[in-house]
Design a protein around this ligand. Structure first.
Ligand SMILES: Cc1cc2nc3c(=O)[nH]c(=O)nc-3n(C[C@H](O)[C@H](O)[C@H](O)COP(=O)(O)O)c2cc1C
Length: 131
């Protein structure tokens, strides 16, 4: 089995038509991620994105490289980059967490403290909502 890695980032959304553009992002992401064996979550609070992608090292790194170049957001700040033994979100090719829930889980997107501990708490909260 190939080695797994995880990458998270926070970015500033640049969406002119948020609902249709979000839908397009999700459709592209799910199709591509499914092909590459990448899974994860995308939080959107109406202003900022926070995303975690995870999967085989090369696939995950190449997806992230494309995401960084995407004009639908900018100011991408990566954090929580690590090799992992198992996935946090094995069942989600890309799960969108909308503004209401995101504001609950991450009320401080603008000044989010990019620590591993904080990221673990965010992941835990997302899983709890899904359970
Ligand atoms: C916030 C955000 C999250 C994204 N997440 C993913 C993702 O998880 N997987 C993916 O393949 N593309 C994702 N994309 C889309 C990529 O940036 C890119 O448009 C897509 O992979 C198609 O790339 P291509 O035009 O080079 O084929 C995301 C884009 C944005 C703005």
């Amino acid at each position: 089995m190939s080695e797994l890695m995880t990458i998270s980032y926070r970015s500033l959304a640049r969406l002119r038509e948020p609902s249709s553009q979000l839908q397009a992002i999700l459709e592209e992401s799910r199709q591509r991620n499914d092909e590459l064996g990448v899974t994860g979550i995308l939080l959107f609070d109406g202003t900022y994105f926070m995303q975690t992608i995870e999967g085989p090292v090369e696939a995950t790194a190449s997806v992230f490289a494309r995401i960084v170049e995407d004009g639908r957001h900018d100011d991408v700040v990566p954090f929580g980059v690590a090799k992992i033994a198992k996935r946090a979100f094995p069942d989600w090719t890309m799960e969108l967490i909308g503004p209401e829930v995101t504001a609950d889980i991450v009320p401080d997107m603008e000044e989010f403290d990019f620590t591993d501990r904080r990221l673990r708490l965010v992941h835990k909260a997302v899983k709890k909502i899904a359970a």
